[in-house]
Write a protein that binds this ligand. Structure first.
Ligand SMILES: Nc1ncnc2c1ncn2[C@@H]1O[C@H](COP(=O)(O)OP(=O)(O)OP(=O)(O)O)[C@@H](O)[C@H]1O
Length: 232
């Protein structure tokens, strides 16, 4: 059951200069995402998936058009406010895990909540609980270099979801995982979607991820060429 669009893209464009020519990475794209959806963006390399996720998450700004988050146009926010909005509403999972090498698994997860101003003790206990949930309860004190790729990815996921954001944006989250770890990650994301109603937008080339999504959206040349929610 979907209640309200949490994200809306209206005629969103993003161009990049490439020498004398211009690349239209995202081209007049319209999209509505509803609360609780589990979406996979797929399409050839260079079709615009990462660029679109970055604009939805406020990491990058469109050249024209507008992205709305909970009906608020992101362009009206200053960079500082946007950082704050992102911190409280959106969890990011990147292909490269972006963990802080000198922090332990526990500290990497707790860090986001501490930035949100959550009391340290509470942040650490919530982080411990979420690391247990992703199967890393025995590895709280290991640094990223002491964890496997799959385990590092699970720390990154724990970090993205610990503050229970409304929206999770994941850019090729299974790209560096074997099929068993990919399956476990997918199960975890589905569980969070089902139990906590988190909205997921995942970009992927992985047939396992595409198959498991409720709504599949295909991009080509910065445009949507297929959307399961639209009869096309
Ligand atoms: N910072 C940038 N500067 C110049 N061109 C860029 C930049 N970021 C993206 N592009 C170009 O924009 C287009 C879309 O790139 P994007 O990374 O969004 O595609 P993608 O679908 O995520 O690709 P992949 O599946 O390979 O990750 C590509 O042609 C890319 O080369």
């Amino acid at each position: 059951m979907h209640y309200a669009p949490v994200i809306e893209c209206q005629q969103v464009c993003k161009t990049f200069a490439d020498g004398d020519s211009v690349i239209k990475a995202v081209d007049q794209l319209d999209l509505q995402v509803f609360s609780g959806e589990f979406i996979c963006l797929y399409g050839a390399s260079g079709s615009g998936k990462t660029t679109l996720l970055n604009m939805i998450g406020g990491l990058d700004r469109p050249c024209s058009g507008e992205v709305f988050l909970d009906k608020h146009p992101l362009s009206h926010y200053s960079d500082d406010t946007l950082t704050d909005v992102r911190l409280h509403k959106i969890g990011f999972i990147f292909q490269s895990y972006n963990l802080i090498p000198v922090f332990t698994a526990l500290e990497n997860v707790a860090f986001i909540m501490q930035m949100q101003g959550v009391d340290s003790k509470i942040a650490l206990s919530k982080s411990q609980a979420i690391l247990q949930k992703v199967g890393l309860g025995e590895m709280l004190n290991r640094r990223p270099s002491e964890l496997s790729g799959g385990q590092q990815q699970r720390v990154a996921i724990a970090r993205a979801i610990v503050a229970e954001p409304k929206i999770v944006l994941a850019d090729e989250p299974t790209a560096n995982l074997d099929s068993k770890n990919s399956e476990q990650l997918l199960e975890l994301m589905h569980e969070l979607n089902r139990d906590l109603g988190m909205t997921f937008i995942i970009s992927s080339h992985d047939p396992q991820v595409i198959e498991a999504a409720e709504r599949r959206i295909e991009l080509a040349d910065g445009k949507i060429i297929h959307d399961d929610s639209i009869q096309n």
